[in-house]
Design a protein around this ligand. Structure first.
Ligand code: WT7
Length: 659
């Protein structure tokens, strides 16, 4: 659990309402919120049907709203047909939005490129035509391994236009992770770049694709389309590899969008669970897009003249919902950034907000916490030094934001005029679930406040009964919602087991601990499973453990999270080697080697912050590793509880020592 918990439980401050935002908000005032919430509560199907008719353009209107015949495999608008790309682009062409800027792209080096909706539509059509001419069609799967770029948006939208299911792999994942995902999803097409540019450095992407595809199963990929980003040298597999600029050559600006069933899988996005194997979270077309658009209006209160900026990478669900699909469906102008918040200086975000007159800014607590540190150590990088008056709404996502960071963000970035939206959601939920509405909800620092209309969230005990205010429990969603996960790709049993365990009455189990206060506000307490949250990135402890034991020197490994002031949690690994306990330099050397190994196996984000060696791990007599104790050891906390059930209590002393 996160470091902010103690302060969260004593937090009593309330901020807002924010009249300036409320005056023109889509949902203005708590009465309006309650009216909408009650409408959805009384007649969920009627409510979602109305929203789906008013907000989406259908090729074939639906007649059924929700098919519950095969719970928990819910199907929304199951006999309707539409195209997601047409709903993001074509819908704007006959309107004044057509010539509005869709994306203001700022590169790592500061170069700015703008693209209008009409131009974006043409680019997407050209790429869709190129993909089609290579023989791909509806139902195929494509892996997208691209840097933050207009090309990434174009690639995802082009897939959506043809009904090709995309699976975006974050550029920070290793070739091994990429290979796993390619094979699991059954990809026949990969779209990548020569290299990506971040923080002044070029990082190869094509090389990782080559490595991934040289492994068993990789030959199923018939083509690799390569975007030339840096011009860095790449190996070339003649016949398989194609330059993006070559395949686009001569392609028409028009490509008819392919109508697909509402339930057609728009994308599969891998995320960590409590086993070693990442889960391919499958999302639908209609229900997902509907809620992307609705949350743009409800949560971000998006308006025609807003300049929206979500700093997430398109490799995460946040980038899918709030860069590629939501903002475009809403016809918004958005900023997209290639680089990192600290390059060339930790003032980059504040400079960019000022330069582009950003009005809605959405980032992660981990970024905020690192920028607090930077601002406090150098006045030049303090947000107060910049003109941030364009901002009207600021948001946070990905992990709990502790009240201290919340207050700093509210005071120094929002200047106490902008509501802070602490949005709780997950890869599986598709979109925001519990979040303040900027023109309605009074804010409490550290709370994600109240569920959106149509979202029946609750906190329950082990047997699925709702707990009283002030008591902790499991966060659940009692009724299905249109943007929810449909299944785990290729593993429907795991889907049922992970999210709809029998003891929870058929409720969706989020995997987070939470409690509500007497105002009904939700306070998220962190994951209840073996999933860590490191800098807003989800990591399975088992995933890191399996990577470690794959190393020839490692006999056994246990991984736990330790609260960290900047990254939320840090990975600490306890390792038993196949050789005698290492000391001094040798221990340092092996620790470095193992850290790099994990970086290659999974990606740099999974590298353990600390590795401790022991001759064994604390286990019960039945052989179960006592992670609860290891978590205490990792924090250098005294172990006060009874350890008599341990097979080998003395091991705790050994593991408490750093080498
Ligand atoms: C997990 C989901 C949400 C998209 C990006 C992350 C944690 C997320 C919050 C928040 C407290 C949060 C939860 C959740 N989380 N947002 N506002 N307050 N915790 O998506 O990788 O699927 O991770 O992130 O633990 O279960 P994800």
């Amino acid at each position: 659990m996160s470091s902010g918990i103690e302060s969260v439980l004593t937090e009593t401050r309330v901020f807002g309402p924010f009249e300036r935002v409320a005056a023109t908000a889509h949902i203005s005032g708590m009465d309006a919120y309650r009216a909408l919430y009650d409408e959805a509560d009384r007649d969920p199907e009627g409510f979602w049907a109305r929203q789906a008719r008013e907000n989406l353009i259908w090729d074939k209107p639906f007649t059924t709203v929700l098919d519950e015949s095969n719970k928990p495999f819910y199907r929304w608008f199951p006999d309707g047909e539409l195209n997601v790309s047409a709903n993001c682009l074509d819908r704007h062409l006959g309107t004044p939005v057509a010539d509005k800027t869709a994306i203001i792209f700022e590169a790592d080096d500061g170069e700015v490129t703008r693209i209008t909706y009409r131009e974006l539509h043409a680019r997407v059509c050209q790429l869709a035509n190129a993909i089609k001419s290579l023989g791909y069609q509806t139902g195929d799967r494509a892996i997208i391994y691209l840097p933050m770029s207009i090309e990434a948006v174009v690639a995802m939208q082009a897939c959506a236009r043809l009904g090709i299911t995309h699976s975006v792999v974050f550029g920070g994942f290793s070739s091994k992770s990429l290979h796993e995902r390619c094979v699991d999803v059954g990809a026949t097409l990969v779209i990548t770049a020569d290299e990506q540019r971040r923080g002044g450095r070029a990082i190869p992407l094509k090389r990782a694709v080559d490595e991934a595809l040289s492994q068993p199963g990789g030959e199923a990929v018939r083509h690799v389309i390569v975007y030339r980003r840096t011009g860095g040298a790449v190996d070339w597999n003649e016949g398989r590899d194609l330059w993006l600029h070559d395949v686009l050559e001569g392609q028409s600006n028009e490509c008819a969008p392919v109508p697909v069933n509402a339930e057609h899988p728009l994308f599969i996005l891998y995320t960590s669970g409590s086993t070693g194997k990442p889960k391919g979270v499958q999302h639908s077309s209609a229900g997902y897009l509907l809620m992307c658009l609705l949350t743009m209006k409800w949560t971000f209160d998006i308006k025609n003249d807003d300049i929206f900026w979500c700093t997430a990478d398109v490799g995460w669900v946040t980038g899918h919902s709030y860069i590629v699909y939501g903002p475009l469906a809403a016809g918004a102008t958005q900023i997209m950034f290639e680089g990192v918040p600290t390059y060339p200086t930790p003032a980059r975000f504040w400079e960019m907000i000022q330069r582009h007159q950003c009005t809605i800014f959405y980032t992660a607590p981990t970024a905020i916490r690192s920028l607090i540190k930077a601002a406090e150590s150098n006045e030049e990088h303090h947000p107060r030094k910049f003109d941030l008056t364009s901002l009207r709404i600021i948001g946070s996502v990905g992990e709990p934001i502790n009240p201290e960071a919340w207050m700093w963000y509210f005071t120094n970035v929002g200047r106490e005029r902008c509501p802070v939206l602490d949005t709780w959601w997950q890869t599986e939920t598709g979109v925001h679930m519990i979040t303040p509405l900027p023109g309605a909800t009074p804010l409490k620092p550290g709370s994600c406040t109240l569920p959106l209309p149509g979202i029946d969230a609750a906190v329950v005990d082990e047997s699925g009964r709702e707990v009283e205010p002030g008591r902790g429990g499991f966060l659940v969603v009692k009724r299905p919602w249109p943007a929810m996960i449909r299944t785990i790709w290729g593993d429907p049993e795991r889907f049922k087991k992970s999210y709809f365990p029998p003891e929870h009455n058929g409720y969706y189990l989020a995997g987070d601990g939470a409690q509500r206060d007497t105002d009904g506000y939700f306070w998220i307490m962190g994951r209840i499973d073996d999933v860590l949250n490191v800098s807003g990135h989800r990591l399975g402890t088992m995933e890191v453990e399996s990577a470690m034991v794959a190393h020839p020197l490692v006999a056994e490994a246990a991984v736990v999270g330790r609260p960290d002031a900047t990254t939320g949690e840090a990975v600490v690994a306890f390792v038993v080697l196949k050789r005698p306990l290492p000391q001094g330099d040798e221990a340092n050397e092996i620790a470095r080697e193992l850290r790099d190994w994990v970086g290659r196996e999974i990606g740099p984000i999974a590298k353990p912050r600390e590795i401790r060696f022991g001759e064994n791990l604390p286990k019960t007599r039945s052989g179960k590793i006592m992670r609860r104790l290891l978590r205490l050891v990792a924090q250098d906390q005294p172990i006060t509880q009874d350890v008599s059930t341990l097979e080998n209590p003395a091991i705790l002393t050994q593991l408490s020592q750093s080498y």
